[in-house]
Ligand binder design. Structure first.
Ligand SMILES: C[S+](C)CC[C@H](N)C(=O)O
Ligand SMILES: N[C@@H](CCS)C(=O)O
Ligand SMILES: [Zn+2]
Length: 367
């Protein structure tokens, strides 16, 4: 029996085979002046400036994002508790992170009703679940070094309640982001099963060498675990430099049948101690445009940007994908016309032959 298409697969199909994920969320908050040099990082805005969160979501929608990733990357209950908030307040902020994105999506979609012929899809909201390393706020989402006291149970305990609250808030998808090692990938997979989560999810790894997970463990080891789960619909890389991505897509294609998702950062490197981006090989929107085509041709089905990319990056990607879809649509129409031409030519020929046959038969009868 064929299995039903998930909302994610449906979106990918509607988008012409490759959907666009939004870009750096915290980056865009900062461009609007938000100060997030804080252990809560972008989640600080959930407390201080929720309107700005909605505005950034709207900017990514306008740029053509098919998927919004929520502001919950570094929003965690222990993080909020150490801020002096109660459990109820922390849970309400997690709920709010999803609601803000849903509200932005709904109001943008409603406004499009007044724009005939627009080429947007109704976006999906993916609840961001940053890695344990993100919560540690020491840059360990890029090293995978969690210390000896961190075992499977600890990781599951860390993720469980946030996962429950986010799911309860009603996102379309779950986005596990910048997972740096095998044990955390396994914790996520086991949790999805234990909590019987019905919301489709993706799991994305960071990478600092372009070959392995940051911990040094091979992606084969990591994907072997994920492949066993039917709760994970896509797997890939986020917040790694763009020049690693094409090779990693080819590697992932050999390791999994799941949809492949990539949303790299600009190429700059995060200094976890100084809490700032170090200037290094940095790729602009023009490069993303070229890369995105190559990533798509290599087999990625979800493409976007992560830190230090902005709505203009997403606009560059979505524009070339929309143009491509338009070209494909035109060539489909022209091949339908060709087929029709052929069919009418064929019918005409048959019709002529039938008439010739009738005339010759009549001649024969008359003779
Ligand atoms: C994706 S990194 C730039 C997020 C910030 C990091 N977890 C930190 O707090 O240092
Ligand atoms: N969704 C997060 C990921 C940080 S690596 C953001 O874009 O800020
Ligand atoms: Zn990032």
């Amino acid at each position: 029996m064929g299995k039903d298409k998930s909302s994610l697969e449906d979106l990918i199909e509607k988008a012409g085979g490759c959907a666009v994920v939004d870009g750096g969320f915290a980056t865009q908050l900062e461009r609007h002046g938000a100060v997030i040099n804080d252990p809560l990082w972008s989640a600080l805005c959930l407390i201080k400036d929720p309107h700005l969160i909605k505005q950034v979501h709207l900017e990514y929608l306008e740029a053509g994002a098919d998927i919004l990733v929520t502001s919950s990357y570094q929003a965690t209950l222990p993080g909020f508790l150490s801020r002096g908030l109660s459990i109820e307040e922390g849970e309400s902020l997690l709920d709010k992170s999803v609601k803000l994105a849903v509200e932005a999506r709904d109001s943008f979609w409603d406004s499009l009703e007044r724009t005939p012929g627009h080429c947007y899809n109704r976006a999906l909201v993916a609840a961001s679940i940053g890695s344990y390393g993100a919560y540690l706020a020491d840059g360990s989402e890029y090293s995978g070094c969690y210390g000896l006291d961190v075992n499977m149970d600890k990781l599951k305990d860390f993720h469980r309640r946030r996962l429950q609250v986010l799911v309860e808030a009603g996102p379309d998808l779950l986005a596990f982001e910048t997972i740096p090692n095998k044990i955390e990938a396994q914790a996520c997979v086991e949790l999805l099963e234990e909590e019987n989560i019905k919301v489709p999810s993706w799991i994305c790894f960071s990478s600092v060498d372009g070959e392995n997970a940051p911990s040094g463990e091979s992606f084969k080891e990591c994907l072997d675990i994920i492949n066993k789960s039917n709760k994970v619909h896509a797997v890939g890389i986020n917040c790694a430099p763009p020049h690693f991505i094409e090779t990693l897509i080819h590697k992932f294609k050999e390791l999994t049948k799941k949809a492949i998702i990539v949303y790299p950062n600009s190429g700059e490197v995060w200094d976890g101690r100084a809490k700032r981006w170090l200037p290094s090989k940095c790729f602009g929107d023009d490069k993303f445009e070229v890369f995105a085509t190559r990533w798509r041709n290599s087999g990625a089905r979800l493409i976007g940007g992560c830190c230090r990319t902005t709505p203009s990056t997403i606009l560059a990607i979505s524009k070339i994908f929309t143009q491509r879809m338009e070209r494909e649509r035109r060539s489909r129409i022209s091949s339908v016309f060709n087929l029709r031409d052929y069919a009418s030519h064929y019918n005409l020929r048959n019709e002529l032959q039938r008439k010739i046959h009738i005339v010759s038969r009549a001649n024969f009868v008359l003779k």
